[in-house]
Design a protein around this ligand. Structure first.
Ligand code: C5P
Length: 217
């Protein structure tokens, strides 16, 4: 086991990014937002007019993503894309390119390279199953689809009811379904992962829970 690695996996809008980055800050570890790499790949493909299901074309892009992470800012080919990668459309694109085995292969070493002596908290779908199977602590962080859709709606400044809300809920469920059903690196709750359901839990409590588990390792 690698004592300096924590793997946090879970469905979209579960709050795992917030929890993972807060845990990383508390421990002085690096935070790896692996979903950002898939989002960047999807956005880069869009900009280069490569279809998201073109495995050869997208893989070439993934192998040489011209990206720089600088604090909260992400640069793609010299352009600040921190906001552009956060749209639901690019989330869907990320989920599409993430189904291509060669794309995952291209991003695998890149993710492992984020681990230094400093330690790392990684969040995504396959942190514990594929990228860091020897992580000291694995967490499956989830929340009900309803709660996740409400969180996403609040983020977007849109109401938690009505047609727009139903759309957000449907999008979230569709993306999770695709992530769980795909043959390569599907989202699964591993037998050796701690389950953290944040449906009725605030961020502070969730962060504390992860730090407690880690302290007992
Ligand atoms: O976590 P986030 O919503 O940013 O991820 C976007 C998409 O990227 C996910 O829906 C998933 O398909 C893909 N992804 C993945 N493996 C990861 C992280 C994200 O397949 N480790």
């Amino acid at each position: 086991l690698n004592h300096k690695v924590i793997a946090i996996d879970g469905p979209s809008a579960s709050g795992k990014g917030t929890v993972a980055s807060r845990v990383a800050a508390a421990l002085g570890f690096h935070y790896l937002d692996s979903g950002a790499l898939y989002r960047l790949t999807a956005l880069y493909a869009q900009k280069q007019h490569i279809e998201w299901n073109d495995e050869t074309g997208v893989t070439k892009l993934a192998q040489s993503l011209p990206i720089v992470f600088e604090g909260q800012t992400v640069w793609l080919d010299g352009e600040d894309v921190s906001e552009a990668i956060r749209t639901e459309a690019i989330g869907m694109g990320a989920s599409a390119v993430a189904q291509l085995p060669q794309v995952r292969e291209a991003l695998l070493q890149r993710q492992r390279d984020f681990l230094t002596k400093q330690g790392l908290v990684g969040d995504g779908r396959d942190m514990g199953s594929v990228i860091f199977p020897n992580a000291a602590l694995k967490v499956f962080l989830t929340a009900s689809a309803q709660v996740r859709a409400e969180r996403r709606a609040k983020q977007l400044g849109s109401p938690c009811e009505g047609v727009a809300f139903e759309r957000i809920l449907a999008d979230i469920e569709a993306r999770d379904e695709a992530d769980r059903r795909r043959p390569v690196a599907p989202l699964v709750q591993l037998p050796d992962a701690e389950l953290l359901d944040t449906s009725e839990m605030g961020i502070d409590e969730a962060v504390k829970k992860v730090l407690d588990w880690y302290g007992k390792k």
